[in-house]
Design a protein around this ligand. Sequence first.
Ligand code: ADP
Ligand code: DP6
Ligand code: CO
Length: 355
Amino acid sequence: MSDNKVYRASTTAPVNIAVIKYWGKRDPKLNLPTNSSLSVTLSQSDLRTHTTASCSPKFTYEDSLLLNGSPQDVSGARTQACFRELRALRKKIEAENPSIPPLSTYPLNIVSENNFPTAAGLASSAAGFAALVRAIADLYELPSSPTELSRIARQGSGSACRSLFGGYVGWEMGSAVDGSDSVAYEVAPASHWPNMRALILVVSAAKKGVSSTTGMQTTVATSALFPARANEVVPRRMKEMEKAIAAKDFETFGKVTMRDSNGFHATCLDTEPPIFYMNDVSRAAIRIVEGINNAAGKTIAAYTFDAGPNAVIYYLEENEKAVAGLFKAMLGAKEGWGGNRGVAVPVNDEAMVKV
Ligand code: ADP
Ligand code: DP6
Ligand code: CO
């Protein structure tokens, strides 16, 4: 009797927004970073990727990926690395259990939707590859730990390794040449500092002009500021940030977050040709945060920008009115922020949801 079944698993994955940024690869093939990084995983209530992975012996086509309704090229080394690693883990289980179906030999069909702008500096590659890896791991019924899956997701997109964990998450750059120790780890669960909030300001949903992958490789190759950032500044900030999170010290958390975002964008400007991810609206958001903090007499709001113009503003729930309230009052009034594009989201407790 031939197996005509379609095997299927679905998952949703959250975005994570770094407070100490990853920007630079020491090994582009294995996607190994030049520095460690640290992020906060956001709630899936507003920004998430939903991915379904299926496979079947009756699929006649090759492996495929449909993203937001458009077919994607899966022949790239990064997607291929994820498929290869996950298939190898499944093959091992199949070898030990000859009675289970040989899913590793069937074509994979991945269908993914982001409910937020793709390639606009809101970490779509992070949620996207975390969801892709988790959906296939679930399809293959792999017993893999989040750490092991983070090692695989890292090869799809570096920032994706951090979306395998909830709460406050580090990505250890590692030192092994094969990348085996370049994985994500939990710094603290969301419950440690549950009143943390992130306000997402979608300044532009347009696709960025320079992808993160290309941008960071050009920065490493040309920026004179970059070596000091990777070798001295970030290692120091990683320690400061881990301490601030352990102590729930928002003042330090916020100051280091803003300095690191600005330092990262300074290396972009120092790249040849220069890369501009922030725009006038981004800079206006920075000024407003400065105004909020000056009025409060302390740091109660902290902005950060990924590789795009969109602002993420961290604050504590008790300062909702002074931070999110003020921004929301201004939304629509300020050109470029239009409508109700500002959403406030809590830190996520659960990294991945099986659906
Ligand atoms: P972002 O700032 O959104 O992370 P990047 O330049 O890092 O932008 O990456 C964008 C790319 O990530 C997309 O062009 C696509 O190749 C990939 N990507 C985004 N979402 C998904 C997804 N859900 N599944 C698979 N790949 C995705
Ligand atoms: C600015 O993880 O998107 O968001 O590994 O080439 O896919 P690739 O890059 P990606 O870079 C993220 C850069 C960042 C900072 C961060 O998330 O740490
Ligand atoms: Co990305």
